[in-house]
Design a protein around this ligand. Structure first.
Ligand SMILES: Cc1ncc(COP(=O)(O)O)c(C=O)c1O
Length: 434
């Protein structure tokens, strides 16, 4: 997992069944041979079908997280299986020394739907963000060597590479790796005045997530988007939208910036997660101005844009194009069910939702709900300590949403006890500090 649970201790599984024995062996081997950078949940998964995943005992879990927003079409979608089967038999990879049939077709499709002009393919969200940062730097440098500053938002998350953490506005991701890229400034999420005063002639780019995912599902307001567009134009900087989590249909539009009318267009947009529905694929899409910054030899990658990944992504976009109305409808349904549920519990601060990107912000840490949910056969996660996050597959049905909400109701009843405990602890801590 690229975010959220990294660093937490692994809990050893109890071994009572053949499946648990297999899981236990898997966990022990990983404990010995893998970098201990992930704090995984004590669950080993064997297979998936539709919106469900199964452990080694065949126990079923309703997957409301879809591999952190990747498995948007669920598991084993027949059209995706067919595309993978056919393409993998024909050709998986050929490098960027040669042309393949699908890279240009996918670029054309992405340019049409994003209203931008040129694409560069890579393998992950962070790598796409690196490409965008290089584009911003090269654009600035083509104007002046002093023009290298980047403005980003507090609470943002842009990935784990050095460039991506340099523009990530959460100290916990940055602190162990400093010094990072120089010239990055962070401004509050909804403060267009702070943005305007941070931007100057040295600004080469402004980077933001249209909906902050890992930061807790906060949508950027339309005013801030317009301000970012205006400020970027004022100083000839590139405006970059990170649509890695909120893009490719997740918010009920191909890209989350398309929910506004008129649309606020970026110069550069990066996306990844569901684009290859599990086949690693990231992309930087830019207008002519952004694209002109990268000339032959300035950037590249061995794997990006291979025929398998691009063929699968074309199929994915075809399927998602048919699904956009239903993503919005299911998202509205899920939100209304969550609102109804949450109105009855004092420990809920707020429900946040855009399409099928939903979160429940709690007045206490939410980690216990994640393990309780797992025990009930429901996969969710908790981001930013207090936000229960749901990124369900786009194929989720109302019936499946109802069953998830039924489980959440049961957990929240137990949560009343957690909240009482939490308040008691807070009170004791406050008394001790006086
Ligand atoms: C908004 C955003 N940007 C960038 C990334 C990094 O993507 P990846 O983990 O594919 O490198 C993520 C991953 O969660 C993300 O949510």
């Amino acid at each position: 997992m690229s975010e959220a649970v990294a660093g937490e201790p692994v809990v050893a599984a109890e071994v009572h069944s053949p499946g648990q024995l297999i899981a236990h062996e898997i966990m022990e081997r990983e404990k010995q041979y893998l970098l201990q950078n992930y704090g995984r949940y004590p669950l080993a998964l064997d297979r998936g079908k539709g919106c469900y995943v199964y452990d080694f005992d065949g126990r079923r879990y309703l997957d409301l997280l879809s591999g952190i927003g990747v498995n948007a079409l669920g598991h084993g979608h027949p059209r995706i299986v067919k595309a993978i089967r056919e393409q993998s038999a024909k050709m998986i990879h050929c490098s960027n020394l040669y042309y393949n049939e699908y890279q240009g077709r996918l670029a054309e499709r992405l340019c049409r739907i994003s209203h931008l002009d040129r694409a560069f393919f890579c393998n992950s969200g962070a790598e796409a963000m690196e490409g965008a940062i290089k584009m911003v730097r090269a654009h600035g440098r083509s104007i002046s060597p002093e023009k290298y500053e980047i403005i980003s938002l507090e609470n943002s998350f842009h990935g784990r590479t050095i460039g991506a953490i340099s523009v990530t506005g959460q100290p916990k991701y940055r602190k162990d790796f400093e010094p990072l890229l120089p010239g990055v400034k962070f401004v509050p999420v909804r403060d267009d005045r702070a943005l305007a005063s941070a931007v100057n002639d040295r600004t080469a780019g402004i980077i933001l997530e249209v909906i902050q995912g890992e930061g807790g599902g906060h949508p950027i307001c339309e005013r801030m988007l317009h301000a970012a567009r205006r400020e970027a134009d004022r100083v000839d900087a590139l405006l970059v939208f990170d649509e890695i989590q909120c893009g490719v249909g997740r918010a009920g539009f191909f890209f989350a910036y398309q929910q506004f009318n008129p649309e606020v267009l970026p110069d550069v947009m990066v996306t990844a997660k569901p684009l290859g529905v599990g086949i690693p694929l990231g992309v930087v899409v830019a207008n002519q101005k952004g694209a002109a910054a990268i000339k032959t030899g300035m950037h590249g990658t061995t794997f990006g844009g291979g025929p398998l990944a691009c063929h699968v992504a074309l199929e994915t976009l075809d399927i998602i194009a048919e699904m956009l109305p239903s993503i919005r409808q299911r998202g509205d349904y899920f939100r209304s069910q969550l609102n109804d549920l949450c109105s009855k519990f004092e420990f809920v601060r707020e429900v946040r939702a855009r399409g099928l990107m939903l979160g429940i912000d709690l007045k206490m840490p939410g980690k216990a709900f994640v393990t309780d949910a797992m025990a009930e056969g429901l996969l969710i996660n908790c981001t930013h300590d207090t936000v229960l996050r749901f990124l369900p597959p786009f194929i989720i049905t109302e019936k499946e949403i109802d069953s998830a909400v039924r489980i959440l109701r049961k957990l929240f009843k137990k949560g009343n006890g957690y909240y009482k405990e939490y308040l008691k602890e807070q009170k004791a801590a406050a008394a001790a500090s006086q």
